[in-house]
Design a protein around this ligand. Structure first.
Ligand SMILES: NC(=O)C1=CN([C@@H]2O[C@H](COP(=O)(O)OP(=O)(O)OC[C@H]3O[C@@H](n4cnc5c(N)ncnc54)[C@H](O)[C@@H]3O)[C@@H](O)[C@H]2O)C=CC1
Ligand SMILES: N[C@@H](CC=O)C(=O)O
Ligand code: NA
Length: 430
């Protein structure tokens, strides 16, 4: 039976995502009501700049006092789309204390402090949902938490940052410069308020932490995630990848160790073969593979950033928590019962593409090969190009531990015949 008293929603933040949430709540009000079983009313919108003109946003709902809004006592659901750690964390905690459930898109906060937030939600009989925090519109948090709850997930691998994928795609396909591509991603609403979070891999690392935690039923924070951003990728790396029939993508990879006793989580640029499905992920799209014991390999694909796609995920969560409220229930909370340790990057095993500048004289190749052998790193292919007494040597390895590869590179740098290590990139997806 339809309830006539509306569920009241407070929206915190009315930027790229918040303005789309407000728009869809208004334009789809009747459908939302029918799906939830009660009307939902936008009861207040906290903003930082009240004078800004916001089309379709009723002026009488706007306030600059977010704290007073979440403390009102009549708010059923708080939607937090401010971003950052504070004041978002305090506002969410206060919302729980005042009886509201929370929907958030804030991966930075969930990856830093998810356990405490889940505990605060549980202590107050409230929900904390954040589908929008990982891979925008793509349903990924809920499938991992609910649909795959009966399976054992061993690996989550994919592209989870739209901005960096957009930049790499533009650089690769149109020859666009890095700054130009970043400016375009920012103008389209894909980048974080501080785009350093995107290009240095913090945003993807936050998402990797959230994914690993949910997938492996353990606690992983952003500090546990090995992170390398895009800023180290050179045009030479991209050209080298092309020569190998590969492309460069910023990947997030979360793995359960073969013995099941630990997990790893990492974010870094990697070469992947052009034949791999991830190679054809364009613009700000994201794609994530999930490998589970019984299910096998699943692929999730779709828009990973942007106001409207992200608002879709927020609205999906809004419907879910409203339904829970009406049922007098809460959805699944944190499930971190395995308490698995997160192993350091040195224990990760993968393949590597190493580009060396060497002297072009007899015996260099043998010297380099010896260093690899001495560190237990097996070589798959070597390509040498020489010119005017100098040569470039491109070595692709078989699978080796990251620590072994680091020691190999350290020893290579000591060789007189090695003038420099031009690039080191991991090779994934083979
Ligand atoms: N833009 C995107 O594609 C996606 C964004 N997200 C997340 O959604 C959240 C919001 O992102 P955007 O909308 O892109 O950012 P934005 O910067 O466009 O919007 C945030 C808004 O919050 C306002 N704000 C800041 N402090 C405030 C306060 N104390 N009280 C009231 N308003 C305040 C700002 O003035 C701004 O308008 C972030 O957590 C972001 O990581 C998640 C997925 C995709
Ligand atoms: N800045 C993020 C937004 C969505 O999470 C991205 O580019 O992916
Ligand atoms: Na999502």
């Amino acid at each position: 039976m339809m309830r006539t008293r509306p569920l009241k929603v407070a929206l915190l933040g009315c930027g790229v995502v918040g303005s789309e949430v407000a728009r869809i709540m208004t334009t789809h009000a009747d459908d939302l009501t029918a799906r939830i079983g009660a009307p939902v009313e936008l009861a207040g919108i906290a903003v930082r700049r009240p004078d800004k003109v916001r089309a379709g946003v009723p002026a009488e709902l706007v306030t600059t006092d977010a704290t007073a809004l979440v403390k009102r006592g009549d708010i059923d659901v708080v939607i937090e789309v401010i971003g950052g750690i504070e004041p978002a964390r305090s506002l969410i905690t206060t919302a729980f204390e005042h009886g509201a459930s929370v929907v958030s898109a804030n991966k930075a906060l969930v990856a830093a402090d998810g356990a405490a937030l889940h505990a605060a939600a549980e202590a107050n009989g409230a929900d904390l949902y954040y589908e929008a925090a990982v891979a925008g519109a793509i349903p990924l948090v809920r499938p991992l938490r609910e649909s795959l709850a009966g399976d054992k997930v061993n690996r989550v691998l994919g592209i989870v940052n739209g901005t960096t994928n957009f930049i790499l795609d533009k650089m690769d396909s149109t020859g666009s410069g890095y700054s130009e591509a970043l400016d375009e991603a920012t103008a389209l609403g894909y980048a974080e308020a501080d785009p350093t979070a995107d290009v240095e891999g913090f945003d993807a690392a936050a998402k990797a932490a959230i994914l690993a935690g949910i997938a492996f039923h353990t606690r992983v924070t952003i500090d546990d995630v090995h992170r390398e951003g895009l800023t180290e990728v050179t045009a030479a790396d991209i050209a080298s990848a092309k020569r190998m029939g590969c492309t460069v993508k910023l990947l997030a990879i979360c793995e359960r160790a073969a013995d099941g006793g630990s997990v790893t989580a990492r974010v870094h640029p990697a070469m992947i073969p052009l034949t791999h499905p991830l190679a054809s992920v364009r613009e700000a799209y994201n794609a994530v593979f999930v490998e589970a014991d019984a299910a096998g390999q699943l692929m999730f694909y779709g828009p990973g950033a942007g106001g409207s796609p992200t608002a879709s995920a927020v609205l999906g969560d809004l419907v879910a928590v409203c339904r829970n409220k009406l049922a007098g229930a809460t959805g699944p909370g944190e499930s971190a019962y395995t308490a698995l340790p997160v192993s350091p990057m040195g224990e990760v095993v993968t393949r590597y593409h190493i580009s060396l500048d060497v002297a072009d004289k007899p015996g260099v190749l043998a010297q380099v090969a010896t260093v690899f052998a001495e560190h237990g790193v097996s070589i798959d292919t070597v390509r040498q190009q020489g010119k005017d007494g100098e040569a470039s040597l491109v070595v692709v390895t078989h699978r080796a531990a990251d620590a072994a590869l680091s020691s190999t590179v350290g020893a290579l740098r000591e060789l007189d015949t090695v003038r420099g290590v031009a690039s080191i990139m991991r090779v994934e997806g083979e």
